[in-house]
Design a protein around this ligand. Structure first.
Ligand SMILES: [Zn+2]
Length: 350
C-alpha cells in the first residue's frame, strides 16, 4: 500500500494522488478516506465492467473484485476500455486482463480478477466483505440472482444496462428502496433490449458508468443518508437523461415475501443458445485437469491445431470455432441452433 501517514497518524496518499478529488467540497478528506476503505464487487467485466473497474481503481477504491466468464474478442474493443489487440490475440480472460491493466494504473489497491460463470455459490463467496455490488452484466438471469443474493445478505447494489443508445441505472438498497422485481412490476416503459441484437454506441458506456459510479461514490460517502433512489434513464443520441421515482411493491415476492425463485432454481446442464449470438454453450465434465488434458491429447492425435492459455483451449472443428474453458463450459460458435451444436458436440467427443 502507498498510503502514508502524517505526524498525527492521519493518512495522506502518495503525495496526494487523490488531491484533486479531495478538493471537491462534497468529498473532502473524509470522503476520500471512505473511498480508500471501500470494497466493491463488479459482476461482468465487459463494457460497463471495464469502465467501472477503471474508475474505481483511479479514485482509489481499496478492493476491487471482478467476476467475468468470457475472454477478450475483437468485437469488444470498440467499447470495452483497457483491453488491447494483444489481449484479443491471446484470448485473454477479461477478468485477468483487467486485473493486469488496472494494477499498472493503481498499485496501491487490491484488485482481483476471477474467471467464473456467476452463480449463487460464487456470489456468496465474494459478497460478505464488500460494500456495494456493481451490476455490469448483460443478462437478466444474472441480475435476478444478484437481486436475490443482495436481499438475502442485505447488500446494496447498482443495476445498470445498455443497448443501442439507451441506458438504465438504478441504485437498490434491500428493504429501503424498490428491488429489481419491484422495478419491473412498476415500470412498463422499461427497455430491456440486448446489445447483441441492436448493438451499442461507444459513447453510451461512459454516459451510463459515470452515473453508476457517481451513485456508487455517493452511496459510499453518505452511507445511510444516501437517498437518491431513482430510476435513471439516458440516451446518448438524444443527449437526454431522466429520472423517475420507483415505489416498492408491497407484495413483492423477492424483497417482501422472500420467495427466492432464482436462488432456488435447480442447476441445469442443458445446452443453451446464448442470447442474440450464433453460439451454443454446453456445461461439460471436462473441468478436471485430466479431462482438459484428454481434449488436448485428442486434438494432437487428430492434428487439429489449437491455442491454449491458462484458462481456455480454442480450436476449430468442421469450420466451427470452439472454446473450452477450465471450468468445463464449452462454446460452439457459428451454429444456427442447439440441434446442430449437439450434433457437432457428440461427433467431437464420442
Ligand atoms: Zn421488491
Amino acid at each position: 500500500m502507498f498510503i502514508q501517514y502524517d505526524h498525527k497518524g492521519e493518512p495522506f496518499m502518495m503525495d496526494s494522488r487523490y488531491s484533486r478529488q479531495m478538493l471537491v467540497s462534497s468529498i473532502g478528506k473524509q470522503g476520500q478516506k471512505k473511498l480508500n476503505e471501500a470494497s466493491v464487487l463488479i459482476v461482468g467485466g465487459g463494457a460497463l465492467g471495464s469502465h467501472m473497474a477503471e474508475m474505481c481503481a483511479r479514485m482509489g477504491i481499496s478492493q476491487i473484485t471482478i467476476l467475468d466468464r468470457d475472454y477478450v474478442d475483437l468485437s469488444n474493443l470498440q467499447r470495452q476500455t483497457l483491453f488491447t489487440e494483444e489481449d484479443v490475440l491471446n484470448k485473454e480472460a477479461k477478468a485477468f486482463a483487467l486485473e493486469k491493466h488496472l494494477k499498472k494504473i493503481n498499485s496501491s489497491i487490491k484488485i482481483e480478477g476471477m474467471v467464473a460463470d456467476v452463480n449463487k455459490q460464487i456470489l456468496e463467496q465474494y459478497i460478505h466483505n464488500i460494500d456495494i455490488v456493481l451490476d455490469c452484466t448483460d443478462n437478466f438471469d444474472t441480475r435476478f440472482l444478484i437481486n436475490e443474493v443482495c436481499i438475502l445478505h442485505n447488500k446494496k447494489w447498482i443495476f445498470a444496462s445498455c443497448a443501442g443508445t439507451y441506458g438504465n441505472v438504478v441504485p437498490i438498497s434491500p428493504g429501503k428502496s424498490a428491488c429489481l422485481d419491484c422495478l419491473l412490476a412498476n415500470t412498463p416503459f422499461f427497455n430491456g433490449a440486448s446489445c447483441d441484437l441492436i448493438g451499442v454506441q461507444t459513447t453510451l458506456i461512459p454516459f451510463i458508468t459515470s452515473i453508476q459510479s457517481s451513485i456508487m461514490v455517493k452511496m459510499l460517502i453518505q452511507q445511510e443518508e444516501f437517498d437518491d433512489y431513482y430510476f435513471y434513464q439516458m440516451d446518448s443520441w438524444k443527449l437526454q437523461m431522466n429520472k423517475f421515482a420507483v415505489r416498492r411493491n408491497k407484495e413483492c415476492k423477492s424483497c417482501v415475501c422472500k420467495e427466492f425463485e432464482h436462488l432456488n432454481k435447480a442447476y441445469t446442464d442443458e445446452a443453451t443458445q446464448l442470447c442474440g449470438r450464433d453460439t451454443v454453450q454446453f456445461r461439460t465434465s471436462l473441468h478436471e485437469e485430466a479431462h482438459f488434458q484428454q481434449l488436448v491429447n485428442y486434438l494432437d492425435e487428430h492434428a487439429i491445431s489449437y491455442k491454449r492459455n491458462k484458462f481456455i483451449v480454442s480450436f476449430s472443428y468442421k469450420d466451427h470455432p470452439i472454446v473450452l474453458f477450465k471450468d468445463g463450459r464449452l462454446l460452439i460458435h457459428e451454429v444456427p441452433d442447439v440441434k446442430r451444436a449437439k450434433k457437432l458436440y457428440y461427433q467431437l467427443f464420442n
